[in-house]
Design a protein. Structure first.
Length: 369
Protein backbone atom coordinates (compact mmCIF):
# COMPACT_ATOMS: atom_id res chain seq x y z
CA UNK A 1 0.00 0.00 0.00
CA UNK A 2 1.29 3.46 -0.91
CA UNK A 3 0.09 6.63 0.81
CA UNK A 4 0.88 10.12 -0.51
CA UNK A 5 1.21 13.01 1.95
CA UNK A 6 -0.11 16.33 0.61
CA UNK A 7 -0.84 19.78 2.01
CA UNK A 8 0.15 23.41 1.82
CA UNK A 9 3.77 24.38 2.53
CA UNK A 10 4.74 24.63 6.21
CA UNK A 11 1.86 22.57 7.60
CA UNK A 12 4.16 19.86 9.02
CA UNK A 13 4.24 17.33 6.18
CA UNK A 14 7.96 16.62 6.29
CA UNK A 15 8.04 16.65 10.10
CA UNK A 16 5.27 14.05 10.19
CA UNK A 17 6.87 12.07 7.37
CA UNK A 18 10.13 11.92 9.36
CA UNK A 19 8.25 10.80 12.46
CA UNK A 20 6.36 8.10 10.58
CA UNK A 21 9.31 6.72 8.66
CA UNK A 22 12.39 7.96 10.55
CA UNK A 23 13.72 8.67 7.05
CA UNK A 24 15.35 12.00 7.86
CA UNK A 25 13.73 14.16 5.17
CA UNK A 26 14.70 17.83 5.29
CA UNK A 27 12.25 19.91 7.33
CA UNK A 28 12.62 23.67 7.38
CA UNK A 29 10.58 26.81 7.88
CA UNK A 30 10.19 27.87 4.26
CA UNK A 31 8.00 26.80 1.33
CA UNK A 32 9.11 24.06 -1.06
CA UNK A 33 11.66 22.64 1.34
CA UNK A 34 10.76 19.31 -0.28
CA UNK A 35 11.27 19.38 -4.06
CA UNK A 36 11.58 15.73 -5.05
CA UNK A 37 9.22 13.31 -3.31
CA UNK A 38 10.71 11.58 -0.29
CA UNK A 39 9.73 7.93 -0.05
CA UNK A 40 9.85 5.93 3.16
CA UNK A 41 8.67 2.49 4.23
CA UNK A 42 6.72 2.22 7.48
CA UNK A 43 6.55 -1.14 9.23
CA UNK A 44 2.97 -1.64 10.41
CA UNK A 45 3.05 -2.15 14.19
CA UNK A 46 1.11 -5.23 15.28
CA UNK A 47 1.48 -6.83 18.72
CA UNK A 48 0.19 -10.11 17.28
CA UNK A 49 3.54 -10.52 15.51
CA UNK A 50 5.29 -10.40 18.89
CA UNK A 51 2.98 -13.10 20.22
CA UNK A 52 3.67 -15.32 17.21
CA UNK A 53 7.41 -14.67 17.42
CA UNK A 54 7.41 -15.80 21.06
CA UNK A 55 5.45 -18.94 20.12
CA UNK A 56 7.50 -19.97 17.07
CA UNK A 57 10.96 -18.43 17.81
CA UNK A 58 11.59 -17.96 14.07
CA UNK A 59 14.80 -16.91 12.36
CA UNK A 60 13.13 -13.66 11.28
CA UNK A 61 9.97 -11.67 11.85
CA UNK A 62 8.58 -9.65 8.93
CA UNK A 63 5.82 -7.09 9.46
CA UNK A 64 3.66 -5.81 6.65
CA UNK A 65 4.55 -2.32 5.44
CA UNK A 66 3.15 0.91 4.03
CA UNK A 67 5.11 3.05 1.58
CA UNK A 68 4.75 6.76 2.36
CA UNK A 69 5.45 9.42 -0.27
CA UNK A 70 6.01 12.99 0.95
CA UNK A 71 4.93 15.37 -1.83
CA UNK A 72 6.21 18.95 -1.84
CA UNK A 73 3.82 21.64 -0.59
CA UNK A 74 1.07 22.54 -3.03
CA UNK A 75 -0.11 26.13 -3.46
CA UNK A 76 -3.01 27.89 -5.10
CA UNK A 77 -2.48 27.57 -8.85
CA UNK A 78 -0.63 24.25 -8.55
CA UNK A 79 -2.86 22.69 -11.23
CA UNK A 80 -1.61 25.40 -13.62
CA UNK A 81 2.01 24.82 -12.67
CA UNK A 82 2.43 27.32 -9.81
CA UNK A 83 5.09 26.27 -7.33
CA UNK A 84 6.13 23.39 -9.59
CA UNK A 85 2.59 22.13 -9.08
CA UNK A 86 2.31 19.95 -12.18
CA UNK A 87 5.48 18.13 -11.22
CA UNK A 88 4.25 17.58 -7.67
CA UNK A 89 0.77 16.45 -8.68
CA UNK A 90 2.14 13.80 -11.02
CA UNK A 91 3.85 12.16 -8.05
CA UNK A 92 0.56 11.23 -6.37
CA UNK A 93 -1.41 9.79 -9.27
CA UNK A 94 -0.25 6.27 -8.44
CA UNK A 95 -0.76 6.20 -4.65
CA UNK A 96 -3.58 4.17 -3.10
CA UNK A 97 -4.66 6.85 -0.62
CA UNK A 98 -3.93 10.45 0.26
CA UNK A 99 -2.94 11.69 3.71
CA UNK A 100 -3.83 15.39 3.67
CA UNK A 101 -2.00 17.27 6.42
CA UNK A 102 -3.93 20.33 7.60
CA UNK A 103 -2.37 22.82 9.97
CA UNK A 104 -4.55 23.41 13.04
CA UNK A 105 -2.00 25.09 15.30
CA UNK A 106 -1.03 28.77 15.56
CA UNK A 107 2.66 29.65 15.72
CA UNK A 108 4.63 32.84 15.29
CA UNK A 109 7.73 30.73 14.69
CA UNK A 110 6.41 28.80 11.67
CA UNK A 111 5.36 30.92 8.70
CA UNK A 112 1.93 30.19 7.21
CA UNK A 113 1.72 30.86 3.48
CA UNK A 114 -1.56 32.75 3.97
CA UNK A 115 -0.57 34.48 7.20
CA UNK A 116 -3.13 32.86 9.51
CA UNK A 117 -4.51 29.47 10.47
CA UNK A 118 -7.76 28.50 8.75
CA UNK A 119 -8.03 24.71 8.31
CA UNK A 120 -11.13 24.74 6.10
CA UNK A 121 -9.67 27.35 3.76
CA UNK A 122 -6.41 25.41 3.52
CA UNK A 123 -8.30 22.17 2.85
CA UNK A 124 -10.34 23.85 0.12
CA UNK A 125 -7.23 25.22 -1.60
CA UNK A 126 -5.79 21.71 -1.93
CA UNK A 127 -9.16 20.17 -2.87
CA UNK A 128 -9.62 22.76 -5.63
CA UNK A 129 -6.15 22.24 -7.07
CA UNK A 130 -6.59 18.46 -7.13
CA UNK A 131 -10.01 18.88 -8.77
CA UNK A 132 -8.65 21.27 -11.40
CA UNK A 133 -5.81 18.86 -12.17
CA UNK A 134 -8.35 16.05 -12.60
CA UNK A 135 -10.56 18.29 -14.74
CA UNK A 136 -7.75 18.70 -17.25
CA UNK A 137 -7.40 14.93 -17.52
CA UNK A 138 -11.14 14.22 -17.72
CA UNK A 139 -11.98 16.97 -20.25
CA UNK A 140 -9.20 15.91 -22.57
CA UNK A 141 -10.23 12.26 -22.40
CA UNK A 142 -13.94 13.10 -22.72
CA UNK A 143 -13.38 14.98 -25.96
CA UNK A 144 -11.51 12.06 -27.47
CA UNK A 145 -13.86 9.32 -26.24
CA UNK A 146 -17.00 11.19 -27.32
CA UNK A 147 -15.69 11.36 -30.89
CA UNK A 148 -14.77 7.68 -30.87
CA UNK A 149 -18.20 6.64 -29.61
CA UNK A 150 -19.83 8.70 -32.38
CA UNK A 151 -17.78 6.80 -34.95
CA UNK A 152 -19.04 3.46 -33.66
CA UNK A 153 -16.72 2.52 -30.76
CA UNK A 154 -19.56 1.15 -28.63
CA UNK A 155 -17.13 -0.55 -26.26
CA UNK A 156 -16.23 2.94 -24.97
CA UNK A 157 -19.83 3.76 -23.96
CA UNK A 158 -19.22 2.98 -20.26
CA UNK A 159 -16.12 5.16 -20.21
CA UNK A 160 -18.00 8.05 -21.81
CA UNK A 161 -20.86 7.66 -19.35
CA UNK A 162 -18.44 7.68 -16.42
CA UNK A 163 -16.66 10.79 -17.71
CA UNK A 164 -19.94 12.63 -18.11
CA UNK A 165 -20.84 11.85 -14.49
CA UNK A 166 -17.47 13.13 -13.22
CA UNK A 167 -17.34 16.38 -15.16
CA UNK A 168 -20.04 18.37 -13.27
CA UNK A 169 -18.31 17.85 -9.90
CA UNK A 170 -14.88 18.76 -11.22
CA UNK A 171 -16.14 21.89 -12.98
CA UNK A 172 -17.22 23.35 -9.64
CA UNK A 173 -14.02 22.21 -7.89
CA UNK A 174 -15.55 19.30 -5.97
CA UNK A 175 -13.84 15.93 -5.39
CA UNK A 176 -15.22 13.00 -7.40
CA UNK A 177 -15.16 10.55 -4.48
CA UNK A 178 -18.86 11.15 -3.89
CA UNK A 179 -19.80 10.59 -7.55
CA UNK A 180 -21.38 7.16 -7.92
CA UNK A 181 -20.32 5.10 -10.93
CA UNK A 182 -21.46 1.63 -11.89
CA UNK A 183 -18.94 -1.20 -12.06
CA UNK A 184 -18.22 -0.81 -15.78
CA UNK A 185 -17.77 2.95 -15.51
CA UNK A 186 -15.50 2.60 -12.48
CA UNK A 187 -13.33 0.09 -14.28
CA UNK A 188 -13.12 2.34 -17.36
CA UNK A 189 -11.88 5.44 -15.49
CA UNK A 190 -9.63 3.71 -12.94
CA UNK A 191 -6.52 3.99 -15.10
CA UNK A 192 -6.65 7.82 -15.00
CA UNK A 193 -5.40 7.85 -11.41
CA UNK A 194 -7.80 10.64 -10.54
CA UNK A 195 -6.55 12.46 -7.47
CA UNK A 196 -9.99 13.39 -6.15
CA UNK A 197 -11.25 9.81 -6.43
CA UNK A 198 -8.62 8.43 -4.11
CA UNK A 199 -9.58 7.74 -0.49
CA UNK A 200 -8.36 10.56 1.77
CA UNK A 201 -7.43 10.83 5.43
CA UNK A 202 -7.22 14.31 6.91
CA UNK A 203 -4.48 14.61 9.52
CA UNK A 204 -5.20 17.59 11.77
CA UNK A 205 -1.79 18.77 12.96
CA UNK A 206 -2.57 20.31 16.34
CA UNK A 207 -0.63 21.95 19.16
CA UNK A 208 0.85 19.70 21.84
CA UNK A 209 -1.54 20.95 24.53
CA UNK A 210 -4.57 20.10 22.37
CA UNK A 211 -3.63 16.70 20.94
CA UNK A 212 -5.11 14.54 23.72
CA UNK A 213 -8.46 16.35 23.55
CA UNK A 214 -8.44 16.25 19.73
CA UNK A 215 -7.83 12.50 19.73
CA UNK A 216 -10.67 11.88 22.20
CA UNK A 217 -13.12 14.14 20.39
CA UNK A 218 -12.01 16.24 17.39
CA UNK A 219 -15.20 18.31 17.70
CA UNK A 220 -14.07 19.58 21.10
CA UNK A 221 -11.12 21.51 19.62
CA UNK A 222 -12.25 24.70 17.84
CA UNK A 223 -9.63 24.56 15.07
CA UNK A 224 -10.31 20.87 14.36
CA UNK A 225 -14.11 20.78 14.65
CA UNK A 226 -14.90 22.28 11.19
CA UNK A 227 -12.40 19.93 9.55
CA UNK A 228 -13.92 16.94 11.36
CA UNK A 229 -17.39 17.95 10.17
CA UNK A 230 -16.21 18.30 6.57
CA UNK A 231 -14.47 14.91 6.70
CA UNK A 232 -17.65 13.28 8.02
CA UNK A 233 -19.69 14.72 5.14
CA UNK A 234 -17.17 13.36 2.63
CA UNK A 235 -16.90 9.96 4.30
CA UNK A 236 -13.17 10.62 4.73
CA UNK A 237 -10.95 9.61 7.60
CA UNK A 238 -9.69 12.09 10.19
CA UNK A 239 -6.79 11.66 12.59
CA UNK A 240 -5.53 14.23 15.09
CA UNK A 241 -1.74 14.33 15.48
CA UNK A 242 0.96 16.60 16.83
CA UNK A 243 3.88 16.45 14.44
CA UNK A 244 6.44 17.69 16.97
CA UNK A 245 5.38 15.08 19.53
CA UNK A 246 5.48 12.32 16.92
CA UNK A 247 8.98 13.44 15.95
CA UNK A 248 10.08 13.26 19.59
CA UNK A 249 8.41 9.89 20.06
CA UNK A 250 10.27 8.48 17.04
CA UNK A 251 13.62 9.19 18.74
CA UNK A 252 12.77 7.21 21.88
CA UNK A 253 13.62 3.54 22.46
CA UNK A 254 10.61 1.32 21.84
CA UNK A 255 10.29 0.36 25.51
CA UNK A 256 9.97 4.03 26.56
CA UNK A 257 7.27 5.03 24.10
CA UNK A 258 4.29 3.68 26.02
CA UNK A 259 5.20 5.71 29.13
CA UNK A 260 5.75 8.82 26.99
CA UNK A 261 2.30 8.47 25.43
CA UNK A 262 0.67 7.77 28.80
CA UNK A 263 2.14 10.98 30.22
CA UNK A 264 0.50 12.94 27.40
CA UNK A 265 -2.78 11.07 27.78
CA UNK A 266 -2.66 9.25 24.46
CA UNK A 267 -3.56 5.55 24.06
CA UNK A 268 -1.34 5.08 21.00
CA UNK A 269 0.92 6.95 18.61
CA UNK A 270 -0.19 9.04 15.63
CA UNK A 271 1.46 6.44 13.40
CA UNK A 272 -0.90 3.77 14.67
CA UNK A 273 -3.92 6.04 14.32
CA UNK A 274 -2.96 6.86 10.73
CA UNK A 275 -2.46 3.18 9.90
CA UNK A 276 -5.78 2.17 11.51
CA UNK A 277 -7.54 4.90 9.51
CA UNK A 278 -5.84 3.80 6.28
CA UNK A 279 -6.78 0.15 6.81
CA UNK A 280 -10.39 1.06 7.60
CA UNK A 281 -10.65 3.45 4.65
CA UNK A 282 -9.16 1.00 2.15
CA UNK A 283 -10.92 -2.05 3.57
CA UNK A 284 -7.71 -3.92 4.43
CA UNK A 285 -6.94 -6.68 6.89
CA UNK A 286 -3.98 -8.79 8.01
CA UNK A 287 -3.30 -12.51 8.00
CA UNK A 288 -0.19 -14.32 9.21
CA UNK A 289 2.09 -17.15 8.19
CA UNK A 290 4.22 -18.69 10.92
CA UNK A 291 6.96 -21.28 11.15
CA UNK A 292 10.53 -21.81 12.39
CA UNK A 293 12.05 -19.82 9.52
CA UNK A 294 9.75 -16.82 9.47
CA UNK A 295 6.73 -15.24 11.12
CA UNK A 296 5.20 -12.80 8.66
CA UNK A 297 2.22 -10.46 8.36
CA UNK A 298 0.43 -10.02 5.03
CA UNK A 299 -2.06 -7.37 3.95
CA UNK A 300 -5.11 -8.27 1.87
CA UNK A 301 -8.53 -6.74 1.28
CA UNK A 302 -11.47 -7.58 3.49
CA UNK A 303 -13.47 -10.29 1.74
CA UNK A 304 -10.46 -11.76 -0.09
CA UNK A 305 -10.55 -15.53 -0.40
CA UNK A 306 -8.01 -18.12 0.66
CA UNK A 307 -6.71 -18.46 -2.90
CA UNK A 308 -6.30 -14.68 -3.13
CA UNK A 309 -4.37 -14.74 0.14
CA UNK A 310 -2.19 -17.49 -1.33
CA UNK A 311 -1.56 -15.27 -4.35
CA UNK A 312 -0.45 -12.44 -2.06
CA UNK A 313 2.33 -14.74 -0.85
CA UNK A 314 3.28 -16.09 -4.29
CA UNK A 315 1.48 -16.53 -7.59
CA UNK A 316 2.51 -20.21 -7.68
CA UNK A 317 0.60 -20.80 -4.45
CA UNK A 318 -2.57 -19.46 -6.01
CA UNK A 319 -2.02 -21.38 -9.24
CA UNK A 320 -1.49 -24.71 -7.48
CA UNK A 321 -3.77 -24.08 -4.49
CA UNK A 322 -5.05 -27.24 -2.75
CA UNK A 323 -6.32 -25.98 0.61
CA UNK A 324 -5.55 -23.57 3.45
CA UNK A 325 -4.99 -24.82 6.98
CA UNK A 326 -6.18 -22.03 9.27
CA UNK A 327 -6.50 -21.24 12.94
CA UNK A 328 -8.26 -18.02 13.89
CA UNK A 329 -6.46 -15.57 16.14
CA UNK A 330 -8.85 -15.95 19.07
CA UNK A 331 -8.67 -19.74 18.76
CA UNK A 332 -4.86 -19.54 18.82
CA UNK A 333 -5.01 -17.58 22.08
CA UNK A 334 -7.57 -20.01 23.48
CA UNK A 335 -5.11 -22.83 22.76
CA UNK A 336 -2.50 -21.16 24.95
CA UNK A 337 -0.64 -19.65 21.99
CA UNK A 338 0.40 -23.13 20.90
CA UNK A 339 -0.20 -24.42 17.38
CA UNK A 340 0.22 -28.00 18.59
CA UNK A 341 -2.42 -27.46 21.26
CA UNK A 342 -4.71 -25.83 18.69
CA UNK A 343 -4.45 -28.98 16.54
CA UNK A 344 -5.19 -31.22 19.54
CA UNK A 345 -8.28 -29.10 20.33
CA UNK A 346 -9.51 -29.35 16.74
CA UNK A 347 -9.16 -25.62 16.17
CA UNK A 348 -7.10 -25.90 12.98
CA UNK A 349 -9.52 -25.87 10.04
CA UNK A 350 -9.08 -27.02 6.46
CA UNK A 351 -10.57 -24.40 4.13
CA UNK A 352 -11.08 -24.37 0.38
CA UNK A 353 -10.20 -21.72 -2.16
CA UNK A 354 -13.43 -19.74 -1.65
CA UNK A 355 -13.05 -19.34 2.12
CA UNK A 356 -13.32 -15.63 3.07
CA UNK A 357 -10.23 -14.76 5.10
CA UNK A 358 -10.68 -13.16 8.52
CA UNK A 359 -8.39 -10.61 10.14
CA UNK A 360 -5.74 -12.38 12.20
CA UNK A 361 -6.03 -15.79 10.53
CA UNK A 362 -2.84 -17.84 10.94
CA UNK A 363 -2.53 -19.66 7.64
CA UNK A 364 -0.60 -22.51 6.05
CA UNK A 365 -1.15 -22.93 2.31
CA UNK A 366 -1.06 -26.41 0.76
CA UNK A 367 -0.29 -26.22 -2.95
CA UNK A 368 1.20 -28.18 -5.80
CA UNK A 369 2.59 -26.79 -9.05
Amino acid sequence: MQVGIVGLPNVGKSTLFNALTAAGAQAANYPFCTIDPNVGVVAVPDERLDVLAAAFTPERVTPTAIEVVDIAGLVEGASAGEGLGNQFLSHIRQVDAILHIVRCFPSSDVVHVYGDVDPLRDKQVIDTELALADLQVVEKRHERVAKQVQTGRKELAAELSGLEKLLPALRVGDPTRAVELNEAEEEAVRSYGLLTRKPVIYAANVAEEEVAAAVRDPRSVPTVAPLAAAAAVEGAGLVAVCGDLEAELATLPREDRHAFLADIGLPESGLRRVIHAAYDLLGLQTFFTAGPKEVRAWTIHQGDTAVEAAGAIHTDMARGFIRAEIVGWEDFLRAGRSMQRAKEMGLVRSEGRDYAMADGDITYIRFNV
